[in-house]
Design a protein around this ligand. Structure first.
Ligand code: OMD
Ligand code: FE2
Length: 441
């Protein structure tokens, strides 16, 4: 492990941060002094066009031992065959339908966060900077002398089993199950495993960055509060020796050799930075008298598409909470949706599917395909005594996108695909018998 102590963080979402790992390393009052302190090189990393409006303008100034351009020679292609990009309308013979999978097993053979990335779905178009990919990652080996950056999008990581130590150019984050993190497009990082092995989900966002949803009439508080987002303080390694930088660029992978660690940023300032967030600090707001609201009330982060109210991606959670709605069917309703829903379960049970949807598992309810509670869930909720009930031991999430999610061949042929998923609805009975009460025998 790179650090002996726990990483330190600065609170806030999208703040203009400043941090230095050595005293006086960060220039004050200007970005480009003739000679930067400690003989560091100044380098700007732009996450938005220079001319983006203030609200979406993102860049950081990095003061580093060597400029990023000092890598050896041209890039050469490498293959990471299970990491796919949109549009990837893979050749597979799985028929259209609602889908669910058990967890992807963590292999015995060595696999890192990078080589263990397995794409389940792709949506939109990586070249058009619109859409996303849903991945699972499985890992049992640290990335050693190996670094990565993704020019195609930011990466939202949702650990499900095993913690990750993510050493980025701007600092180190430990991210454990029930936490998430976001690594900006273009930022170099390496992943080590805090528990020897790891599994989780990742959403690769090709479009505009994730931001906090507006709260509208909810007001200034609740949902995800900005101060609960944590950005790491500056940290660097002055490490010489051969290493490798892998780059994802327009769906393809390339590598170049380096003779020193690229994690050599001694100080930085700006608002283009990685962050993590503890999902248990999310303050859900819901129905406190009757009915079941749309799941958008549980949005943690939203990535806008440019069309108002039509997200490129919403990252939504279903956290522990009180259920108090009177005379209401409390679980999710049956529905069909223009948006496409990829779901995962971090721990516990999901109220609409108490069986079959297991931690580490996944489901896909694609554009306009009907879904809702399984037959058991419907029966139970239709007869439940409606006293206040705490929904405990549960944390599911959804990557919901305006684009249809195309299945990869990996996902279509995965051993853990549940052949019998549709059966969960087959026992739903006809209750209509012409009487206003219906038949509840
Ligand atoms: O399909 C799902 O389980 C996710 C979901 C949950 C909810 O409470 C309402 C709508 C919805 O799509
Ligand atoms: Fe749904």
């Amino acid at each position: 492990m790179t650090l002996s102590n726990t990483p330190a963080y600065m609170p806030g979402f999208g703040n203009d941060f400043e941090t230095e790992a050595l005293p006086g390393a960060l220039p004050q009052g200007q970005n480009s002094p003739q000679r930067a302190p400690y003989g560091l090189y100044a380098e700007q990393l732009s996450g938005s066009p220079f001319t983006a409006p203030r609200g979406t303008n993102e860049r950081s100034w990095l003061y580093r031992i060597r400029p990023s351009v000092k890598h050896s020679g041209r890039f050469s292609p490498v293959s990471l065959p299970e990491w796919k990009s949109a549009p990837a309308v893979d050749d597979h013979s799985l028929a259209l339908g609602q889908l669910r999978w058990d967890p992807v097993p963590i292999p015995e053979t060595p696999v890192t966060f990078l080589t263990g990335m397995r794409t389940m779905t792709t949506a939109g178009d990586v070249n058009g900077q619109a859409g996303m990919a849903s991945h699972v990652y499985v890992a049992n080996t640290d990335m050693v002398d190996e670094y990565f950056f993704n020019a195609d999008g930011e990466l939202l990581i949702v650990p499900q089993e095993g913690g990750l130590r993510i050493a980025t150019e701007l600092g180190v984050m430990d991210v454990v199950p029930k936490e998430i993190c976001v690594i900006p497009r273009g930022m170099v990082f390496r992943v080590e495993l805090l528990d020897g092995k790891a599994r989780g989900y990742a959403c690769e966002n090709y479009g505009a960055k994730f931001t906090l949803p507006d709260r509208g009439p909810i007001g200034a508080n609740c949902l995800a509060n900005p101060r609960d987002f944590k950005t790491p303080v500056a940290w660097f390694e002055d490490k010489e020796g051969p290493c490798r930088l892998v780059v994802k660029w327009c769906g393809r992978f390339h590598e170049t050799k380096l003779d020193a660690s690229p994690l050599d940023v001694v100080a930085w300032h700006g608002n283009y930075a990685p962050y993590k967030y503890d999902l248990t600090t999310y303050s859900p707001v819901g129905a406190i008298l009757f009915d079941h609201p749309d799941p958008s009330i549980f949005t943690v982060l939203t990535a806008p598409s440019g069309e108002e109210g039509t997200a490129n991606i919403d990252f939504v959670i279903f956290p522990e909470r009180w259920m108090v709605a009177e005379h209401s069917f409390r679980p999710p309703w049956y529905h069909r949706n223009i948006m496409s829903e990829f779901m995962g379960l971090i721990y516990g049970r999901y109220d609409a599917k108490e069986e079959g949807f297991v931690p580490g598992g996944m489901s896909l309810h694609n554009m306009m395909l009907p879904h809702g509670p399984d037959a058991d869930g419907f029966e139970k909720a239709s007869r439940a005594e409606l006293k206040p009930q705490k929904l405990t031991g549960t944390m599911a999430f959804m990557f919901e996108t305006r684009f249809p999610q195309h299945l990869t061949r990996f996902a279509a042929e995965l051993d853990t695909l549940q052949d019998n998923y549709l059966d969960c609805w087959s026992q739903l009975k006809k209750r209509f018998d012409g009487t206003p009460e219906g038949n509840w025998d």
